[in-house]
Design a protein around this ligand. Structure first.
Ligand code: 17E
Ligand code: FE2
Length: 415
């Protein structure tokens, strides 16, 4: 009898734990992991002690507005509000073809850098719901190589225009995975609170997740996070609920922040910080000292809450830069949140991998026998090393298939 063989064996893979193992892949699944797999693979790749980890997760991006920076004009003030205005102009000329082309191009850019799980917001404040329909089409088109979740996101507020409430419900019925909102942008505090109740009502009725743009402003009076957390606790939706941005939390006084933290710990909601963009959008009305405008990532993480990080924007009216590389995001988080302790740096890596998977409520994520063979190989030896050098991804495997491969270029020293 011939010895058992596998489709593919990756030899000498360094896991984040530091252990070096062989990983066998058969079909779409991880078939074996051990110090030394005795069987042969029909194909074998020598990984040589490089870091192997599950794919990056971008838990927060706006694919409908990606790659539109400068259209029709540049955001000169750099504020969230000018961004919403410019996008309001650009979105008048959306077509399915336009949105799909830019979304696909961005997803490909991300996938080549090891991002295989993405949650994207789709603006549903337009009568035609073009952005949403386009992203639902893209979700289907890419499902064999990237998992896309779509949030029905009412960019202009649920109560900003009479028809917006109906559009949000329509978007949920069309098949959005997640219900979104923007309470700090509603006209009044009361409208903001009402919008959160509406979001929970829809999510419960249609069995959806929740991800709210929450308190993305430097106003220390913006306190919708407590409403989201209370609704999550009372409804029992807990881990299905996410508060994105929550930048005002960086401005709350410590006495209130202490009280809030107790509620957050009980609610078990997820947090997403978007440090690349919020370090530039926030603090714009401050002179000096100038606030950082990022939520209390370190304290939330220490409190045992699930925090992940998003790229938020790739070349759009809010942020004209952006590469799709999640190590850029982790690198910025580490600086802005002063997470420079060794365990803190590792935590920032987890925020763009496992924590993101938890936010998205993914099962079948992670390097374990029986899981889908989606994994990436970085030209690095540890999480710290990967972030420090923003190390390139050498191989991207999605569901057992090699999706992307990159050769590492070298600089020759001639002196
Ligand atoms: N829309 C919004 O309300 N906030 C953001 N950060 C982006 C779009 C990118
Ligand atoms: Fe956002």
């Amino acid at each position: 009898m011939s010895p058992k063989s596998y489709g593919l064996i990756l030899r000498q893979c360094r896991l984040v734990s530091g252990d070096v193992v062989d990983i066998a892949i058969d079909g779409k699944k991880i078939a074996a992991i051990s110090e030394q797999i005795k069987e042969r693979g029909e194909e074998e790749i020598l990984i040589g002690g490089r870091l192997v980890c599950p794919p990056f997760v971008d838990s927060h991006i706006h694919l409908d507005s990606a790659l539109t920076a400068g259209e029709p004009r540049w955001n000169e003030s750099g504020t969230l509000f000018e961004g919403i205005k410019i996008w309001g102009e650009r979105k008048q000329s959306l077509s399915l073809k336009d949105v799909k082309k830019r979304a696909l191009e961005t997803l490909k850019l991300q996938a080549m850098q090891g991002v295989l799980f993405v949650r994207s917001h789709a603006d549903v404040s337009e009568d035609s719901l073009t952005a949403l329909q386009a992203l639902l089409d893209v979700r289907e088109e890419v499902k064999d190589w990237i998992t896309l979740q779509v949030v029905a996101f009412p960019q202009d507020g649920i109560y900003g225009k009479p028809e917006n409430k109906k559009l949000l419900k329509e978007a949920v019925k069309m098949g959005a995975d997640v219900v979104g909102g923007i309470p700090h942008y509603e006209f009044t505090r009361e409208d903001g609170v009402k919008s959160i109740h509406k979001i929970f009502e829809l999510a419960e009725e249609y069995n959806k997740l929740i991800d709210v743009h929450c308190d993305e402003i430097d106003d220390e009076q913006s306190r919708f996070l407590e409403v989201v957390a209370a609704c999550a606790l009372r409804s029992g939706m807990g881990e299905k609920v996410t508060a994105s941005h929550t930048t005002a939390f960086g401005s709350y006084n410590d006495a209130y922040a202490y009280k809030l933290m107790g509620l957050l710990e009980r609610s078990r909601i997820n947090f997403i910080a978007n440090p690349l963009i919020n370090i530039t959008l926030q603090g714009r009305m401050d002179s000096y000292p100038k606030r950082r405008g990022v939520t209390r990532v370190k304290e939330l993480w220490r409190g045992g809450l699930n925090v992940s990080l998003g790229h938020d924007c790739v070349q759009d009216p809010w942020y004209s830069l952006g590469t799709g590389n999640m190590l850029d995001v982790a690198y910025m988080a580490l600086h802005v949140c002063q997470m420079t302790g060794l365990a803190e740096i590792d935590a920032c890596f987890d925020m763009v991998t496992v924590n993101g998977a938890k936010t998205l409520q993914l099962n079948d994520y992670g390097i374990a026998v029986g899981n889908s063979a989606s994994l990436i190989i970085l030209d690095a030896v540890s999480r710290f090393d990967a972030i420090r050098r923003r190390a390139p991804v050498c191989y991207v495997f999605s569901q057992g298939k090699l999706l992307a491969q990159r050769s590492i270029s070298e600089t020759k020293w001639h002196l």
